[in-house]
Design a protein around this ligand. Structure first.
Ligand code: BES
Ligand code: MN
Ligand code: ZN
Length: 470
């Protein structure tokens, strides 16, 4: 999709906007249109089809509401068999920032994943979008943001037979083009580092486990912000196998790694003035003759031993070793991990907020503010000694679940408590459980496709921009 910041009078298709209580034509009124947010109606003026999208009350307009209106318009326009469309930001007299964000919303709404559709296209597809209002200068960074979001969505959407750990790593190596140093650790290196917890998760799979380190240096000598992502290319549950209904969605269990990778692409793409290192732990959790058993005890890179009571609580077993590696290697002041870690977070927060856990009010505040400002929201949940105690094991240092089996209390919190046992004194750490936000069925946000959202890319990019850049 090409975004052009100019007015093109040859476009036969126009998207424009109306506030509630604006004077509207009888033909719009006839369609029940009154300018309420996300309403649409059409009218023909001088032989051009105008799609009019409501943006609600004038004094309540936000950039987020406007982005959604643009996305609604673009979705409507893309089914009409036209190659180009004009978005008229001037119809509501908005500034250059709105023009730039119209470009971003148009890209987000026209994202498609059709790699595996073989039927020839019968309709002309929308390929050129014209936007008025001088958004070009502000748009450059937003194009990078979109490239990161699309990268993350693509990684999520790929089927697990294609996007195995090797293919995932290969796609990350391509970030070198943006000036990111990329290092891939294989199982031999991980063994030498003592990552027995991580390696146990992948031992039942024929896909080799990997750690990919993406180091972007845009900010001088300071210790980097470390971003860590859970990258289960498929999570069958292992020997504690999941029920078969809906198991295909577990191809998306690399949502944390996708978010971190997309954020690295966005941050490097816009040449952010910050040091950020992204680390993803890639593995596949499968049951076979060599698979990890419930009852096994593994030794993590930190030296702590872990009693594995449920092989389906594998994300934390991967993350603890990557967190240790990140802290020992990069000595970061701040570490943030993202993971599709628990089904329980969907029970708690649904699909609108990700769960935030942190040992730092400072870092937690920064992340919450970034979420509010960019629309990828987080909600902080508690940590504490009484929850931590639930993970004490009789025969090892820690167990990977409180109680194995359904109805175990505070499932998302105990998962976070497990991770916190691997955070070193002095490290400010946050864990974001994105199991409810990485993908959604029946999505209502017109900027997002029906499944993989790319959640986390925009949150991390915004966080870096607001709190970590010079
Ligand atoms: N990947 C899942 C969590 C998940 C569930 C993500 C649903 C997205 C949607 C994770 O590895 C898992 O299986 N967690 C278990 C933990 C339990 C065994 C303590 C869960 O949530 O049931
Ligand atoms: Mn699992
Ligand atoms: Zn998982």
């Amino acid at each position: 999709m090409n975004i052009n910041f100019k007015k093109n009078d040859d476009c036969k298709l126009i998207i424009k906007f109306a506030f509630k209580n604006d004077a509207i034509s009888p033909i719009l009124a006839l369609q029940g249109f009154d300018g309420s947010a996300s309403q649409t109606a059409t009218e023909t003026i001088d032989g051009k089809l105008n799609i009019v999208v409501g943006v609600g009350e004038k004094d309540k307009l936000t950039l987020e509401a406007f982005e959604k209106a643009v996305a609604t318009g673009v979705k409507a326009a893309s089914s009409l068999g036209q190659a180009s469309v004009q978005i008229l930001v001037s119809s509501i007299d908005a500034d250059a920032k709105y023009s730039a964000h119209a470009g971003l919303a148009a890209l987000m709404a026209s994202y498609k994943f059709d790699t595996y559709k073989t039927a020839p296209k019968t309709k002309t597809e929308l390929s050129e979008i014209f936007v008025d209002g001088n958004g070009e200068a502000d748009f450059a960074a937003l194009q990078s943001l979109y490239d990161g979001i699309a990268f993350g969505r693509d990684l999520m959407n790929e089927p697990p037979n294609v996007l195995n750990t090797a293919e995932f790593a290969k796609r990350l190596v391509e970030l070198k083009e943006l000036g990111v140093e990329v290092t891939v650790l294989g199982e031999k290196e991980m063994e030498a580092l003592g990552m027995g917890s991580f390696l146990g998760v992948g031992q039942g799979s024929t896909s080799e486990s990997r750690v990919v380190v993406m180091n972007y240096k845009g900010g001088g000598d300071e210790a980097p912000l470390a971003l860590v992502g859970k990258g289960l290319c498929f999570d069958s549950g292992g020997i504690s196998i999941k029920p078969s209904g809906g198991m295909e969605e577990m191809k998306g269990d690399m949502g944390g790694a996708a978010a971190v990778s997309g954020a690295m692409k966005a941050i490097a793409g816009r040449k952010a003035k910050a040091n950020v290192v992204g680390l993803v732990g890639l593995a596949e959790n499968m049951p076979d003759g060599n698979a990890q058993r419930p009852g096994d005890i593994v030794k993590s890179m930190s030296g702590k031993t872990i009693e594995v009571l449920n092989t389906d609580a594998e994300g934390r077993l991967v993350l603890c070793d990557v967190l240790t590696y990140a802290q020992q290697t990069f000595k970061p002041k701040y570490v943030i991990d993202l993971a599709t870690l628990t089904g329980a977070i969907i029970i708690s927060l649904g699909h609108d907020y990700a769960g935030l856990f942190s040992n730092s009010d400072d870092l937690s505040g920064k992340i919450t503010a970034a979420g509010d400002n960019c629309g990828e929201k987080v909600w902080r949940l508690p940590l504490g000694a009484s929850y931590d105690k639930l993970l004490d094991s009789k025969i090892a240092d820690v167990k990977n679940v409180n109680r194995s089996g359904p109805g175990s209390p505070a499932g998302s919190i105990t998962a976070a408590q497990f991770l916190q046992r691997f955070i070193e004194e002095g490290t400010q750490w946050a864990h974001i459980d994105i199991a409810g936000t990485a993908w959604k069925n029946g999505n209502e946000d017109p900027r997002e496709p029906s499944w993989a959202t790319g959640y986390g890319v925009r949150l991390l990019d915004t966080l870096v921009k607001e709190s970590f850049e010079k």
